[in-house]
Design a protein around this ligand. Sequence first.
Ligand SMILES: Cc1cc2nc3c(=O)[nH]c(=O)nc-3n(C[C@H](O)[C@H](O)[C@H](O)COP(=O)(O)OP(=O)(O)OC[C@H]3O[C@@H](n4cnc5c(N)ncnc54)[C@H](O)[C@@H]3O)c2cc1C
Length: 455
Amino acid sequence: MGRAPAPTPWHNWARTAHATPRSVAHPRDLGELVAAVQSAGRAGLRVRAVGGGHSFTPAAVTDGVQLRLDALDTLERVAPRPDGTAHVTVGAGIRLHALNAALAAHGLAMRNLGDIDKQSIAGAISTGTHGTGARLGGLATQVVGARVVLADGSVVETSPTRRPELFELARLGLGCVGVLAAVTLEVVPAFRLEAREEPWPLERVVERLDGPDGLVESNDHFEFYWFPHTRRALTKRNNRVPDDDVRPLHPVRSWIDDELLSNAVFAVTNRIATLVPPATPGINAVSARALAPRSYTAPSAEVFVSPRRVRFREMEYAVPRESVVDVLREVDAWIRSSGERLPFPVEVRFAAQDDLWLSTAHGRPTAYVAVHQNVHLPYARYFRAVEAIAAQVGGRPHWGKLHWRDSAALEGVYPRFADARRVRAQADPGGTFTNPYLDRVLGPVPGGARAPRAA
Ligand SMILES: Cc1cc2nc3c(=O)[nH]c(=O)nc-3n(C[C@H](O)[C@H](O)[C@H](O)COP(=O)(O)OP(=O)(O)OC[C@H]3O[C@@H](n4cnc5c(N)ncnc54)[C@H](O)[C@@H]3O)c2cc1C
């Protein structure tokens, strides 16, 4: 197994989390992963796996052994099912872009995806990563099995019928019960989406959101970006179309929209907004008007995923679906009265209710309100204000995005929180897999207070 010289400083994509692990291990197979966990246990060191480092929270931070599972990235098994879906087992370290490519090679695809594909599958499910769609859940709802390495090095296959309580936290639990070695996903036959992106007045979006014919229900995947300081929004409606409906975006138009306007020009306008904050409302107004409608079809993963090259900080709250318009109105009112200048849009997405214990969409149809700030600008005042607004309606923070809630607050918004704490304490009584962030959001584990011993 490759072992890098220690200590090795690490930081996440957003530079909001830093760590200097005692050592870094790069297991190449299950045996080496088990050996790494056992060796850390003998040394009294804590263990955290890190995926793509794309969480904004310090969820992956450790002062003990950092596990990099990039080599556990193979497609292990494809089990077709009579209804056309398939159960696909992949190494937990596989990045979503590699997963999407591997699935496409088998004529398969993930049912739904988020905005980017740089994450590992393990990191994405562990934090409740989601896309949008009123009839669809997040990535963890697509998990039907997980192979977990526990603190003593034992390897457990979990599923809804095998160790179901452990499975709950294996599929969405911040890695608190063990290290995921492999994940089995229920995937669907490959499909094409028609993307329709149109700038709309915000009030029109709000008026047409609800009801059986509303934007949320009548589209497979609906989301919108509202530009603060303006009354404009960019709407995105993605719907399934037949495989022979091939209307690709012209490569030049694609480059202009996705690279030039969304990244290069956006970087420049953000730079101006950083240097001259009062210019921000004007810049947002121009940006919102510069967006031209477009429509095209493409394989699903190409429509879901966009490049994100302007670095930012983000907080995202899951709120009850029926509260989202009120939440947005309050956020708008706060921004107007605060004097804050915000060059990044607010992203609004939707999800079906699910029953995963720690899912942000547990037990209720959900809307997600995501706020962003440029990496060079202060974010805390804005994000805290939005957090306070979301908290009033029982909002739940994304586990991988910035927030200030702790276990006492989260207990009140997750009906199965006590069960999650119980199973975590049973699975990891010594706190091998904890860190300060997990202690904060899930509470301390009984044996987790020990300081790591020298290796
Ligand atoms: C630009 C950008 C865009 C994003 N877009 C979206 C989006 O559209 N939707 C959304 O919901 N989120 C989004 N996110 C958030 C992101 O999907 C999550 O934070 C996700 O966890 C990142 O995956 P990762 O592989 O980078 O995990 P990391 O951040 O490396 O780790 C996340 C957690 O998973 C644990 N973990 C990692 N691997 C394992 C393992 N093998 N076993 C056990 N635990 C493990 C880590 O210890 C940590 O607790 C975005 C983030 C960024 C930076």
